[in-house]
Ligand binder design. Structure first.
Ligand SMILES: NC(=O)CC[C@H](N)C(=O)O
Length: 298
């Protein structure tokens, strides 16, 4: 099982409702994966600024002076907003890599959930309704977003084992299925310099796409490569700063439904995730074909 939802807005008028729409979609998928849940929201990037979303098991101690400490370490202005176990740090775009490095010394136990100009990722063990409420996702605006509710198959039920996985700036991936060659692909990617936080198969798929993008592939090409190099079952939904993509393995036994109107492109593991979207009755609704890449970019 596992439930996936995604929404890529074409109409800016819907942007203030992105978090609320995705939350509703994800809660509808709760019975497909009750052990952990997560959501990636892409806000409109602010010129010259970047965001680092970090997570801590001890947020009071770790977050109290983090914005100031990080500001000193990177010699730049850092502001932060704490939401439960997560904190979103806003900083100068050209200091993003320096900030990632500084975090390892400043707060070695805190985890980086995402980094980039638009992306924020919130994920924890628990049901979608509880995870979404803890991080007030329904109040967030944005241009596109992806949500996941997990029934673990390949690694422990932990915060870091929850989806979405982010392995590159402004990139994320969620997965329904299980990969059979993830250990060998992980070894190859490690040799190429990619690093991993978990033993999870989905993290390997995310890193595989990030590595292809680093090598210069376009989003569609990177997704196409999953069809030749990754074995097993998958429906993947991928987010980038300006893009949103879907691909299913050649057997395609993991369910997927898409809907498109003039206002949005939506993805659900099942149609019921999309019933409350505006204009859904007149949307073009279809099942994505096996071994076929679909993507949209602004
Ligand atoms: N049930 C699933 O689709 C699980 C997805 C992935 N294999 C995981 O364990 O996280």
């Amino acid at each position: 099982m596992c439930g996936i939802v995604g929404l890529f807005l074409k109409d800016p008028k819907l942007e203030p409702q992105l978090g609320a729409m995705l939350t509703d979609m994800l809660i509808t998928m709760t019975d497909r994966g009750p052990d952990s849940a997560g959501i990636a929201i892409y806000g409109r990037p602010e010129k010259g600024k970047a965001k680092l979303t970090v997570q801590s098991a001890n947020p009071d101690a770790d977050f109290a002076t983090l914005a100031d400490d990080l500001g000193k370490a990177i010699a730049g202005k850092v502001t932060g907003v704490v939401k439960d176990t997560h904190m979103v740090l806003e900083l100068p775009e050209d200091r993003l890599e320096a900030a990632r490095h500084a975090m390892r010394d400043l707060r070695p136990k805190a985890k980086v959930m995402s980094a980039g100009e638009g992306i924020e990722i919130y994920k924890e063990v628990g049901l979608p309704k509880d995870v979404a409420a803890r991080f007030e996702v329904s109040r967030m605006s944005g241009t596109h977003g992806i949500g996941h509710t997990r029934m673990a198959t390949e690694s422990a039920v932990t915060t870091m084992g929850a989806h979405p996985f982010s392995t590159g700036a402004d990139q994320c991936l969620v997965h329904n299925g299980s990969l059979s060659n993830h250990n060998s692909v992980r070894r190859v990617l490690r040799q190429a310099g990619m690093t991993f936080e978990t033993e999870n198969d989905t993290e390997v798929a995310a890193a595989f796409i990030s590595h292809k993008l680093q090598e210069g592939a376009k989003l569609g090409e990177a997704m196409e490569a999953t069809l030749t190099d990754l074995d097993g079952f998958f429906t993947f939904v991928v987010g980038t700063k300006n893009g949103f993509g879907v691909v299913r393995d050649p057997i395609a036994c993991k369910p997927a439904v898409m809907a498109e109107t003039d206002q949005y492109v939506a993805f659900g593991s099942e149609y019921r995730a999309m019933v409350n979207l505006p204009g859904i009755d007149n949307a073009r609704v279809w099942e994505p074909e096996p071994a076929t890449v679909y993507f949209w970019e602004r």
